[in-house]
Ligand binder design. Structure first.
Ligand SMILES: Nc1ncnc2c1ncn2[C@@H]1O[C@H](COP(=O)(O)OP(=O)(O)OP(=O)(O)O)[C@@H](O)[C@H]1O
Length: 289
């Protein structure tokens, strides 16, 4: 388990995180959600010790993050930040191999090579393994960084917006892969995710943040409610059910600030629904985002 107690963080005089206390369960997929600037990345970076702790305490599997030697920490947690930049004249296989560094310190053994190949395979990257990074699309590169993080083999994976740049098919495949890694390998994944429906469909545990504060934590069913999400994102949000999980809906045109949409080719007023139409529409046309 990762335990966070009384965590606060400032940059200059600005409070970025205020008194966060949370437990991230082991062997589960945890989603960090919340609006831009909520402090999700800062929290993840503090857990991964990419930022120095100012106030509060974080332990990972009972180890105090502030006091644990870096080598031990690297074998416990792998963190993928939002803007990872590595020299582009590097081949994808070499990038993924960096993930093994904490294990071999420059002298890879057969087990390290095998782990790299397994990571390339796990993220469907074997056909691209010999390409240079600047010959990859944004989404392929993103999957490469994920494979590097996975290859590290640490029981905890902390991922900041891993769905960035991924199309719907690859995003779904990644979530399925992460859920499988959690289920079959017993690893623990903590990920920042903006698209709440990925949290709704795949997360075991959700942490909602806003303005540097923890707003709610718990299973998707208890956190992803209409009231909480509408307040979290300052926008009207409906929550339906799909496959026994919450399904978050927020694309109703008639919700959008109460303003009628201007659509090309449709005269102003041409879309104005009759009162009776609205009822029918509400019942029939909920659209997932
Ligand atoms: N280096 C910095 N200097 C000043 N303020 C910063 C710095 N880094 C982050 N902040 C501020 O800290 C707050 C939290 O940022 P953080 O990146 O943790 O939020 P987030 O929830 O991950 O946001 P997003 O969803 O937009 O990525 C924001 O208000 C941001 O402007």
């Amino acid at each position: 388990m990762i335990q966070i107690e009384g965590l606060s963080h400032r940059i200059g005089t600005a409070p970025i995180l205020t008194d966060i206390t949370a437990d991230l369960p082991r062997g589960k997929l945890t989603a960090l959600i919340g609006p831009n600037g909520a402090g999700k990345s800062t929290l993840l970076r503090l857990i991964g010790r990419l930022l120095p702790l100012q106030a509060g305490r974080i332990t990972v599997e009972g180890r105090d993050v502030a006091r644990t030697p870096g080598e031990v920490l690297a074998l416990t947690m792998a963190i993928l930040g939002q803007q990872t930049v590595i020299a582009s004249r590097l081949r994808l296989r070499e990038l993924v191999a960096f993930g093994r560094w904490p294990h071999h310190h420059g002298r890879p053994r057969p087990a390290d090579h095998a782990a790299v190949e397994a990571a390339l395979a796990a993220f469907d990257l074997l056909p691209l393994a010999d390409r240079f990074l600047d010959e990859l699309s944004g989404g392929q590169g993103q999957r490469g960084y994920l494979a590097m993080t996975f290859a590290q083999g640490s029981p905890w994976m902390l991922l900041d917006e891993p769905l960035n740049n991924l199309d719907m098919g690859h995003a779904r495949a990644l979530m399925a892969r992460l859920a499988q890694i959690v289920r079959t390998e017993g690893r623990s994944v903590v990920m920042v995710v903006h698209e709440v429906n990925y949290a709704a469909a795949w997360a075991d545990h959700v942490i909602a943040m806003k303005g540097g504060r923890l707003i709610a934590q718990g299973p998707p069913e208890t956190v992803l409610t209409e009231t909480l999400l509408s307040q979290l994102y300052d926008t009207p949000i409906e929550v339906s059910r799909h496959d026994g999980r919450p399904l978050v809906l927020h694309h109703h045109l008639h919700h959008a600030l109460g303003v009628e949409p201007e659509l090309p080719g449709i005269a102003p007023g041409g879309l104005r629904p009759q009162a009776s139409d609205l009822e029918t529409e509400r019942a029939a046309s909920d659209t997932a985002c």
